[in-house]
Write a protein that binds this ligand. Structure first.
Ligand code: PEP
Ligand code: MN
Length: 355
């Protein structure tokens, strides 16, 4: 239930109300994105009659919430959540570009690509150090050594780092080096991991599962949020269908659907969604047109020899061209993409993105 507090309810009254609600067997959460003027009360066992709550001191209104996800729902919090990551903000006017290699392979590879994507306007450096590979014989990632490389490259350029955590045992290391903890498509229903991420103070990027419904995906967000961590961003990365010309099928409608259902920022990963380099650009442009708050894009200095996902990785030149096109699309839908350090913010040129 959504409990809106009376404007004159003072902090003491709110605490008293929280205790009363808990006494009725309800779990009570404050809603930071609603300026803490809203409480979310969730019945664990027996339902509690709304009328009983309406009469409690400090309460203005009580409304039922229509979905199983509560804290993640726009019904609870109509205001769009903006997530601060250092100097960056996700969910605001700016569309954030997050780019880098699929996997961290070496210092040279990461620094090379980081400098290029940063110069093109990317604000967040991506790269997997713990890689969830289908085959146990494929490159599994450099582990902590990879995290250190990402951190060093990002620090040199003033970027943030997003990297995947696969298991709770990696949490301490990830907390040391990573700004946005990514939960991959294969792990988005690893509830033990989600619960652990609910207890940390660090943004969490939740990929959509290989076959997640929208409700399942948002329930994963709910796991993290119900633990107390409200800084969750969700990322559409394609789902399994019968299509065979792309690795997955980008469910672009997930962007406006999620926009209606949740107040959390929404990202799109056109790289894993398509699996094909020539299709990454068009889908990235479409994602920004559809209202995405950010993009996660794989770029490699030498995709042909990449240890992971080379076929879907852009060459740095292609990323440059794409970034310019993205700026034009962003402007057309009332958004903005930061310019790179050597670019003129107001420049809009739209060269073609070759494959
Ligand atoms: C990734 O972004 O590196 C990744 C493995 O993506 P996904 O979990 O979407 O497959
Ligand atoms: Mn990849």
């Amino acid at each position: 239930m959504k409990i809106t507090l009376r404007p004159d309810a003072d902090p003491q009254q709110v605490q008293q109300l929280e205790r009363q609600l808990m006494g009725l067997g309800l779990r009570v959460h404050r809603v930071p994105a609603a300026g803490d003027r809203v409480l979310c009360a969730i019945a664990g066992g027996e339902p509690v009659a709304m009328n009983r709550l309406r009469d409690l001191p400090g309460v203005a209104t009580v409304e039922a919430l229509p979905h199983e996800f509560k804290l993640a729902s726009r019904a609870l919090c109509p205001t769009q959540t903006r997530i601060r990551i250092g100097e960056l903000e996700l969910g605001g006017e700016e569309v954030l570009l997050m780019a880098g290699p699929c996997a961290v392979e070496s210092e040279e590879q990461v620094f090379q690509v980081a400098r290029r994507v940063h110069a093109a306007g990317a604000r967040v450096l991506r790269g997997g150090a713990f890689k969830p590979r289908t085959s146990p014989y494929s490159f599994q990632g450099l582990g902590v050594a990879g995290l250190k490389i990402l951190r060093a490259a990002a620090d040199e350029l003033g970027m943030a780092v997003v990297s995947e955590i696969m298991d709770v045992s990696q949490l301490d290391d990830c907390m040391r080096y990573v700004d946005i903890l990514q939960v991959g498509a294969r792990n988005v229903q690893n509830f033990t991991l989600l619960q652990a991420l609910g207890r940390v103070d660090r943004p969490v990027l939740l990929k959509r599962g290989l076959a997640s419904t929208m409700d399942e995906w948002l329930m994963s967000a709910e796991y993290v949020m119900s633990g107390g961590n409200h800084r969750v961003l969700i990322c559409e990365r394609g789902i399994r269908t019968h299509g065979s010309y792309t690795r997955n099928t980008l469910d672009l409608s997930a962007v406006p659907v999620a926009r209606e259902l949740t107040h959390l920022p929404i990202l799109v990963d056109p790289s894993h969604a398509t699996g094909v380099r020539s299709m990454v650009g068009p889908m990235a442009l479409a994602a920004v047109a559809a209202g995405a708050d950010g993009l996660l894009i794989e770029v490699h200095p030498m995709p042909d020899v990449a240890l992971c996902d080379g076929k879907q990785s852009l060459y740095p030149d292609q990323f440059d061209q794409l970034a310019a096109q993205l700026r034009a699309v962003a402007a057309a839908v009332g958004r903005r993409i930061a310019a790179g350090p050597t670019q003129n913010e107001s420049r809009v040129d739209t060269p073609g993105v070759g494959s």
